[in-house]
Design a protein around this ligand. Structure first.
Ligand code: DP6
Length: 326
């Protein structure tokens, strides 16, 4: 039997309404729906080769053999694909991010969406976008939102079958940008997977989840109507709610550094002075500043002047995960 190989590219995404906590951790069925925008300026490229002569899966990440936990997470995911295809072949996976590693920019969304697409294409499986999104979700919840293009919504769903993301606006629909203020980071943070497990220990989580349908609707409408003020208000509220849960769970999770708050305050004052921009923060100290694409240079310059901001990465709205031809 010959080698079966395919290569795919996928972008990470920034959530406007965040996913935090699972109803079913094994299937990654989330406690609430979420909305995000793909990030065109950042990408993961992954080649998967199923090799009949291989005895175990291999993973090369940015040119280096991956550590044990990354390899076993990829291997567990490939087991799901092998199960679907009824095969046992082991795979070699070569994955590269074009954004700086160790900068605290989560790569699991682009990693698992690229892996889902490349591995199923390598095996010649015919998958709809919804099926691919469902599959990517099993590797990392947020990865399901990196399969479709542009602005996407992940409906929480009730089961594996109806929990996937769909695009509700193309990348060109609204020219937004994400200016990511990469800040100095100290000790290693708890990963998202750990955080999801303890979300329910926070008394704030219940209120956050119950109110999620309202926030989702406001966010979706704000994007469809291109109403920046409304979008700014809802994404900042949602981000603060997420961090309120993190800071009140057991154990407590503090992702912010001093400079994180400094950037949040600056964004607030820039907006008050008439520059349309808004912050949102994931499970780390970096601040994503969402703005109109035309304003991204100005915002980036302002961010770079804040002491403690290391670099600023600018990204427009990204497309869907797609196959790369050799
Ligand atoms: C704060 O998708 O990284 O970025 O499913 O365990 O891989 P796993 O978690 P992950 O969680 C993302 C958390 C978040 C919010 C979001 O992207 O919605």
């Amino acid at each position: 039997m010959s080698l079966r190989s395919a290569r795919a590219i996928a972008h990470p995404n920034i959530a406007f309404i965040k996913y935090w906590g699972n109803r079913d951790a094994a299937l990654r069925l989330p406690s609430n729906g979420s909305i995000s925008m793909n990030l065109e300026g950042l990408a993961t490229r992954t080649r998967v080769t199923f090799d009949p002569s291989s005895e175990s899966d291999e993973l090369l990440l940015n040119g280096k053999p991956a550590n044990k936990s990354a390899l076993s997470r990829a291997s567990d995911f490939l087991d799901i694909v092998r199960n679907l295809a009824s095969i046992q072949l082991r795979a070699s996976v070569v994955s590269e991010n074009d954004f700086p590693t160790g900068a605290g920019i989560a790569s699991s969304a682009s990693a698992f969406s690229a892996l889902a697409l490349a591995s199923t294409a390598a095996l010649g499986m015919k998958m709809s976008e919804a099926e691919l999104s469902r599959l990517a979700r099993r590797g990392s919840g947020s990865a399901c939102r990196s399969i479709p293009e542009g602005f996407t919504e992940w409906a929480a769903g009730l089961s594996d079958l109806d929990s996937f993301a769909c695009s509700f606006a193309a990348p060109s629909y609204w020219q937004l940008a994400d200016c990511i203020a990469v800040v100095q980071t100290g000790e290693k943070q708890a990963g998202s997977t750990e955080g999801h497990k303890i979300a329910n220990t926070s008394p704030v989580q219940r209120a956050r989840v119950e109110d999620a349908p309202r926030r989702l609707e406001i966010c979706r409408e704000a994007i469809l109507k291109k109403d920046f003020e409304k979008l700014a208000d809802i994404i900042e509220l949602d981000s603060n709610l997420l961090h309120a849960v993190m800071m009140t769970s057991d154990p407590r999770l503090y992702y912010w550094q001093g400079v994180t708050l400094e950037v949040m305050r600056s964004v607030q004052s820039w907006r008050q002075s008439g520059i349309p921009c808004a912050f949102t923060i994931d499970a780390g100290p970096n601040v994503h500043v969402i703005c109109l694409a035309d304003e991204s240079e100005r915002i980036s310059n302002l961010l770079q002047d804040i002491p403690g901001v290391n670099t600023v990465l600018i990204s427009r709205v990204g497309g869907a995960a797609r196959l790369l031809l050799d």
